[in-house]
Design a protein around this ligand. Structure first.
Ligand SMILES: Nc1ncnc2c1ncn2[C@@H]1O[C@H](COP(=O)(O)OP(=O)(O)OP(=O)(O)O)[C@@H](O)[C@H]1O
Ligand SMILES: [Mg+2]
Length: 391
């Protein structure tokens, strides 16, 4: 097996057979035609008020998930924007908040917020051990100083700009003090009113805004960004009941509202069909979301140069340290001439065909000539993707 890879001047197959999302290793790269509009968006939105939402659309396998991951791992961190990735979030605002809280984890959230607030309770000695979050909580409990602790936390929240609203500050303070009583998060934790009581929908947004603000402050980030993948799952009308469609639109509205008032951004990815459905469902809302079309990008099919670069980078990532291989080896340098247009223009199809070409050469080295010949590549393309019929 190792010999078979050595012959291809590779350490492993750099193309994953499933071709979905990002590969396990290697830096992420996207063509300039993809990165430019998004970089422009990030730069113009920094520090501005107004709607900070963006819609990416693209056909099946065009690279939507990859592009969102690139934003998450490469582009947004460069601007100190803290990303949160959501895969197919639910239709209700509640679902979204729940997913977020589960992602952060209550202990982590409470502990960081506590560190940030740095609350001082009189009489607490400053030994190294006593300074830890756990020790602080233990002391609070032992001396039954919960009420006082919550008050001190709440004051710190006001001074440090986490929240103005007293009720919200109280809730958050209690959440910190009770961290180890119930270490998991429930969205209920943030809802106003008596325990278990239901809250009017519009009441949720201020709590959510406070969580967002806390997350930004404790991470000393410039802004937070939600990256929402597979938005089509939500908006594809045929699967939405009337009630769900209503929830979906209400969620969109509140999210947009939040982007206008907080340093908070949303970037969604969906199929072009889903974008159309949403646009038809409520045209004014969609126009607001995409800022009259300014904040919208459809991933174009790869051109030859981009496809070549994708393949070259993937291969480079799997090369042994010492190599004299040509950039596309074991593919021939004229590879793009040998690939069908419907295949090389789609990242998923391209990756799958390359994956199979290499896998076969590993399995039966004696039967596959290298660099790969035209006939071999033609066969593999045909095997995976029977050519579209001429009719
Ligand atoms: N810029 C890129 N560089 C390298 N590989 C890429 C790039 N863009 C996409 N790919 C690869 O192409 C394949 C398909 O990409 P991805 O899963 O992002 O498509 P998608 O549009 O999200 O698909 P779906 O519609 O099924 O959700 C993946 O294997 C991905 O790693
Ligand atoms: Mg995807």
């Amino acid at each position: 097996m190792d010999d078979a890879y050595a012959r291809l001047e590779l350490c492993f197959n750099p193309f994953e057979p499933a071709a979905s999302g990002v590969p396990v290793s290697g830096a992420l790269w996207v063509p300039e035609r993809w990165s430019q509009p998004l970089q422009r968006f990030v730069e113009t939105m920094e520090g501005t008020s107004g709607t900070k939402a963006y819609a990416i659309s693209g056909e099946y396998g065009s690279g939507k998930t990859y592009l969102l991951r690139w934003l998450e791992r490469v582009e947004l961190p460069r601007h100190r924007i803290r990303p949160f990735f959501f895969d197919n979030p639910g239709v209700r605002f509640y679902d979204l908040a729940n997913t977020l809280l589960r992602q952060i984890g209550r202990e982590e959230f409470a502990k960081s917020l506590w560190e940030f607030l740095n609350p001082k309770l009189p009489g607490f000695q400053g030994s190294l051990f006593e300074d830890s979050f756990q020790a602080w909580l233990l002391s609070v409990k032992k001396h039954r100083r919960e009420k006082e602790a919550i008050r001190v936390l709440s004051e710190a929240m006001q001074t440090k700009g986490v929240a103005d609203d007293e009720e919200i500050r109280y809730k958050l303070g209690r959440l910190i003090v009770e961290t180890y009583d119930r270490p998991y998060f429930e969205y209920k934790d943030f809802i106003a009113g008596r325990q278990g009581s239901l809250v009017a929908e519009k009441e949720e947004a201020p709590y959510f805004a406070t969580i967002l603000r806390s997350l930004r402050l404790i991470g000393s980030a410039e802004a937070l960004a939600f990256l929402m993948d597979e938005f089509e799952e939500i908006s594809l009308q045929k699967r939405l009941t009337k009630r769900q469609a209503h929830d979906y639109l209400a969620t969109m509205k509140r999210l947009i509202g939040l982007t206008e008032h907080e340093q908070f951004w949303i970037i969604v990815a969906m199929t072009p069909q889903a974008a159309e459905v949403t646009a038809k469902l409520e045209p004014a809302l969609w126009q607001r979301f995409v800022s009259q079309g300014k904040h919208q990008f459809k991933i174009p099919p790869l051109n030859d140069q981009e496809a070549r670069e994708l393949v070259r980078r993937r291969l480079k990532n799997a090369r042994p340290e010492e190599t004299t291989a040509k950039p596309l080896f074991p593919f021939p340098e004229n590879m793009m001439e040998l690939f069908r247009k419907d295949i090389k223009s789609s990242p998923r199809k391209l990756v799958k065909v390359c994956s199979l070409a290499i896998a076969k050469a590993i399995q039966a080295p004696e039967q596959v000539q290298i660099p790969f010949g035209a006939e071999y590549l033609r066969q593999i393309q045909k095997e995976l993707y029977p050519p579209p019929s001429v009719e």
